[in-house]
Design a binder for this molecule. Structure first.
Ligand SMILES: Cc1cc2nc3c(=O)[nH]c(=O)nc-3n(C[C@H](O)[C@H](O)[C@H](O)COP(=O)(O)O)c2cc1C
Length: 286
């Protein structure tokens, strides 16, 4: 950055809908970014992202055995100067592609030093007021495990395509977000986790646990949030890479205990009957 080259803004569209709210709103924000930039758009739902095989190979420094589009996405994230991620709310969560990508998150370690502290805007578009479920949490989790700096995590009501752009208030928001992307500012929710700002918490015995950063906090008699303990996930890359060391230790523990593990589980091999859907031919769908 700062070399006179236009900045690279990566717009990640987690909706299959062409010219839907996710796509058009990212483009609207881009129109308000004062810095010279190129907007590179990627429709996440068109990517071939396979499920993680849980082989832990990448954690040990080996290439991922899945030959799909994940490395392409990681390269784009590493090369971007800023990211705008937009997802529709589907069944009280973000589009499933977000979870699919997060499930490959051990691979995030390989680009963490490049993505760390880069700005990201997170947007959810929903059709029914208050039915956003855990969608913001899913996008915030994606950003956190890449060590990115969340400039805003917003949920915008927009059921029909173009609805977000038809509301003047949202155009003002897009203008604000565009100007903010490369600035030092950010939008923090009025009431959110005192560590990371997420508004989705788990209720523990006495305290509340943030479902994103896992920091714990209490609410005092006048409604203020009181920090208790940091969650230990967020931090500089050196800190986040400690988790990779822990995972490497798990792989070692697996090797050490392999005999006992095999003895314990192998007796279950023949139980039950595995079923599969019938194979499809192109004409089987009428
Ligand atoms: C399969 C499906 C599930 C949906 N589930 C929800 C939901 O749980 N809550 C909600 O508020 N809107 C829900 N919606 C509405 C979308 O979130 C909304 O239309 C959004 O603007 C779509 O963004 P897009 O135009 O970028 O595709 C759902 C839409 C679809 C197609």
């Amino acid at each position: 950055m700062g070399d006179g080259k236009p900045k690279r803004v990566l717009g990640l569209v987690a909706s299959p809908r062409v010219l839907g709210n996710c796509e058009t709103f990212i483009k609207e924000i881009s129109r308000h970014i004062p810095e010279q930039h190129v907007l590179r758009l990627l429709r996440l739902t068109s990517l071939n992202i396979r499920p993680c095989r849980a082989c832990y190979g990448c954690v040990m420094g080996n290439p991922c055995p899945e030959d799909d589009d994940i490395q392409f996405l990681l390269d784009e994230l590493a090369a971007a100067d800023a990211v705008i991620l937009a997802s529709p709310v589907y069944y009280l969560g973000a589009n499933a592609i977000i979870k699919g990508i997060c499930d490959r998150g051990f691979l995030f370690f390989s680009i963490l030093e490049k993505t760390c502290n880069k700005p990201i805007i997170l947007l959810n578009f929903f059709g029914i007021p208050e039915r956003i479920g855990m969608a913001p949490q899913m996008l915030e989790t994606f950003a956190m495990f890449l060590g990115m700096s969340v400039k805003a995590s917003l949920s915008i009501e927009a059921a029909l395509p173009g609805a977000a752009l038809m509301n003047e208030k949202n155009i003002v928001t897009a203008d604000h977000l565009g100007r903010m992307l490369f600035s030092s500012g950010s939008i923090r929710p009025e009431r959110g986790c005192p560590f990371c700002g997420s508004q989705i918490v788990r209720i523990a015995k006495v305290d509340y646990i943030c479902t994103v950063c896992h920091g714990s906090f209490a609410i005092d008699a006048i409604g203020n949030f009181v920090k208790k303990k940091e969650g230990g996930i967020m931090g500089p890359p050196e800190h986040m890479l400690l988790h990779r060391e822990w995972l490497r230790g798990m792989k070692k523990r697996f090797q050490e205990n392999k005999k006992k593990i095999i003895q314990t589980i192998s007796g279950y091999k023949e139980d039950g009957e595995w079923i599969k859907p019938p194979s499809r031919t192109p004409s089987s769908r009428t």
